[in-house]
Ligand binder design. Structure first.
Ligand code: 8DG
Ligand code: MN
Ligand code: MN
Length: 343
């Protein structure tokens, strides 16, 4: 399945959206199987496995490796784009631009005089070795305690939830995602800014990119999964001290590193309380699961679902609580999970 992720990534770099999605779907189906595939017969009848995927799997089952994937791994362009996009703030477009200018390593980018990095990319390079290391569950929990204390010091009735991969039970993640809100509508606006100020005062805010809310109540839910949601949010880099992490392993870092702290990427999202359920569902992920759930809503239920709302196209209305109960959204979620979609 890692092979499928690599094929998806390579298609993404080539801007081949169809194949990219197909390989991601294949990867998530394979991940959801109870055991490793040992023969082609084992994947007969499974959804989302197209000819391309089957051909790659046949190669692996026959020769123990895929020549197509090996070719990609050796490809100079793939290697460079993969390296460049591993920097926080660098997307495929910027990576491609750098590649076209003949740049191949991170050092070359940093020493090339004509390259202007934006603030996010500068932070990405500055903390590169830390934020490219996986974040453990113990580290995520430690950050959860810090943020919870900060949030509750400001608003004792605030609600905070750990989302993203850790909410799905993953042991490691590339960042830590949180959702926060308050029972009184509109109050969440100021809360997030206040939290950021407090983290800064505590000396643990290494980087902050705050995005105000662009949420428009009158807009229908978006059909495109690629559209980001419009809630107020911030992408942070926080400083986590060694003593704050429980467990024998402590901080994830290099063996010779004696700093006693590491940098961690954190996302905070602050939806208004009446959108909390939809935001929680969306931000729990996985991306593939979110995409499938929206397709299911549209095709099987004639409804539009996104991170803000669920809209009934046949009745042309939203009615959040009633709709949530009537359409049994929690039951869809449960049944799709139990059908083995990627966790
Ligand atoms: P990881 O960090 O452990 O690698 O995985 P993850 O937690 O699943 O991925 P993520 O990139 O941190 O995003 C968490 C989930 O949030 C992801 O499944 C998709 C969803 N999501 C939204 N809106 C947005 C958004 O605006 N940006 C990002 N990055 N993710 C979003 O619903
Ligand atoms: Mn995450
Ligand atoms: Mn995230």
């Amino acid at each position: 399945m890692d092979v499928m992720e690599e094929l998806a990534e390579s298609s993404e770099f080539n801007e081949s959206k169809g194949p990219c999605l197909a390989f991601r779907q294949a990867a998530s189906v394979l991940k959801s199987l109870p055991s490793a595939v040992r023969c082609l017969g084992a994947i007969q009848g499974l959804p989302w496995l197209g000819e391309h995927t089957k051909a790659v799997m046949e190669e692996i089952l026959t020769f123990g490796r895929s020549f197509k994937v090996e070719e990609i791994r050796c490809d100079e362009r793939y290697q460079a784009l993969k390296l460049f996009t591993s920097v926080f703030g660098v997307g495929p477009k910027t990576a491609e631009k750098w590649y076209r200018r003949g740049l191949r390593s991170l050092k070359e980018i940093l020493t090339e005089p004509n390259i202007q990095l934006n603030r996010m990319q500068r932070a990405g390079f500055l903390y590169y070795s830390d934020i490219s290391k996986a974040v453990s569950k113990a580290e995520a929990e430690a950050l959860g305690c810090i943020i919870e204390e900060t949030v509750h010091w400001i608003a004792p009735d605030a609600v905070l939830a750990l989302t993203g991969g850790f909410r799905r039970g993953k042991e490691y993640g590339h960042d830590v995602d949180f959702l926060l809100t308050v029972p009184e509508m509109g109050k969440e606006e100021g809360l997030l800014l206040h939290v950021i100020d407090r983290l800064r005062d505590q000396g643990i805010l290494l980087y902050c990119d705050h995005q105000g809310s662009t949420f428009d109540v009158s807009k229908l839910p978006s059909c495109r999964f690629e559209d980001m949601d419009h809630f107020q949010k911030c992408f942070l880099i926080l400083r986590l001290e060694e003593g704050q992490v429980e467990g024998e392993r402590g901080l994830q870092r290099d063996p010779g590193d004696s700093r006693g702290w590491r940098a961690v990427r954190v996302d905070l999202v602050a939806p208004p309380v009446d959108r909390y359920a939809f935001a929680l569902l969306g931000w729990t992920g996985s991306k593939q699961f979110g995409r499938d759930l929206r397709t299911f809503a549209r095709k099987e239920r004639q409804m539009l679902l996104d991170n803000h709302a669920l809209y009934d196209k046949t009745k042309r209305n939203y009615s959040y609580r009633r709709l949530l109960r009537r359409t049994s959204l929690p039951i869809w979620v449960w049944s799709m999970w139990s059908l083995g979609r990627e966790m």
